[in-house]
Design a protein around this ligand. Structure first.
Ligand SMILES: *Cc1c(COP(=O)(O)O)cnc(C)c1O
Length: 388
């Protein structure tokens, strides 16, 4: 750890405030550091390791692909990429998919589609995209611009123009912006992750869908964090019954490997023509093989189990004297605590539990298959830390 820490501090750009833990291996929801200490992981690599660390079934799927083809390029057909797109479309009703390598890229692709669509159907100056305050859509200059939080904007201006920010769950504010600006689309997270784990009202989502129709703009849902079973549905928007035009996802889709997907609905499925967009690594066969394994395992039984574990977390923490409120859906939960969240995170680490933060809340994003005993054990540690 000391040497790793030294090299890291010297040679890695200063963008991360790491905790003093060096993880060397993991199995399921147990991670082990370089001193042999075990931790119960309630963060799953920020909602990435859908089935925890080194899941056997997933490893088999990925290594089979590693042994036949790792990479070619998008100049040729490869089976895992086509198969994954087919599965995603069949399970969501979306029509076509563009693959990339991250959430930010999945959103970039969606923004380009919305702008091209509006350019053709409404006119050249219809390029504004409305996002929500407290949203998070990525770190590239354009997705940063889409992110409705000033803290991320300062010092990086000029950002990409054409983004407007509406108050979440305020349909009048949304309509006002649509009415007074020339818009191409609306983009939102159905559960805002980085912004504090806030689920949007289902009713609000339905009204946003109506407004998107009325103003003929593209409705994009960013399911990078809340997608892929995380909330107890395959995608978070499915709780509200809306039909977005574009669904973006990444994080948990690959089960640990980098992949982004931009799913295009009927309205926009043919907006792109050859040459409009591309990616060198996008649709990489190994990442797609990992994602196929993940998506195929997110069946009703597993999703019910996610909801059951969500309830366990509520039952365990809701009435704790240290807990003010719990927000979010499924296994994507934010816990507002009386005690400072940084202190709680630190104490949990000392006691062998890894939790995340979102704004001033504790954020829980455990692997979807975390065993109930491990979850309970970790919750007891968290609860004690909250009550101090
Ligand atoms: C993490 C996240 C992103 C960015 O994903 P990267 O893979 O880090 O580029 C975008 N949107 C949401 C909702 C996220 O949680």
């Amino acid at each position: 750890m000391e040497l790793t820490k030294e090299w890291d501090k010297e040679y890695i750009a200063n963008t991360y405030n790491r905790f003093p833990v060096c993880i060397t291996k993991g199995k399921g929801s147990i991670l082990t550091d370089d001193e042999g200490k075990d931790y119960i992981d309630l963060g799953s690599g920020i909602a990435v390791n859908t089935f925890g660390a080194c899941d056997d079934n997933w490893i088999t799927a990925v290594t089979n692909q590693l042994n036949s083809l790792v990479h070619t390029s998008n100049l040729y057909y490869t089976e895992p990429c086509a198969q994954l797109a087919k599965i995603l479309c069949e399970k969501t009703g979306m029509k076509k998919v563009f693959f990339s390598n991250s959430g930010a890229e999945a959103n970039e692709c969606a923004i380009k589609v919305a702008r091209k669509y509006a350019n053709k159907t409404l006119g050249e100056d219809y390029y504004n995209i409305i996002t929500l305050k407290a949203s998070f859509h990525g770190r590239t200059i354009t997705t940063l611009s889409a992110t409705g939080q000033d803290v991320f904007h300062t010092q990086f201006k000029p950002l990409t123009e054409g983004f407007l920010y509406a108050n979440p769950n305020d349909i009048e504010d949304m309509e006002q912006l649509l009415k007074s600006n020339k818009c191409a689309g609306i983009m939102l997270e159905v559960v805002q992750g980085e912004g504090g784990v806030n689920a949007l009202d289902f009713d609000y989502l339905k009204q946003v869908e109506k407004l998107a129709e009325k103003y003929k703009v593209v409705l994009i849902v960013d399911e990078v964090q809340c997608g892929n079973g995380r909330t107890g549905k395959l995608y978070g928007y499915m709780h509200s019954g809306i039909n977005p035009d574009i669904v973006t996802t990444a994080k948990g889709l690959g089960g640990g490997l980098p992949i982004g997907a931009t799913m295009l609905g009927e309205k926009v499925k043919d907006v792109y023509v050859a040459g409009d967009h591309g990616s060198t690594f996008g649709g990489n066969p190994v990442c797609c093989a990992g994602a196929i394994n993940v998506i195929n395992r997110l069946d009703d039984e597993l999703l019910d189990d996610v909801l059951e574990k969500s309830k366990m977390i509520y039952d365990e923490l809701e009435h704790s004297s240290g807990v003010i409120s719990i927000t979010g859906l499924g296994l994507m939960l934010g816990i507002e605590t009386k005690r400072n969240a940084d202190e709680i995170v630190k104490e949990c680490i000392e006691n062998g539990v890894l939790v995340l933060k979102a704004k001033n809340k504790i954020r829980l994003l455990p692997a979807l298959n975390i065993p109930k005993e491990e979850l309970l054990k970790a919750l007891k540690v968290l609860k004690i830390a909250c009550e101090k």
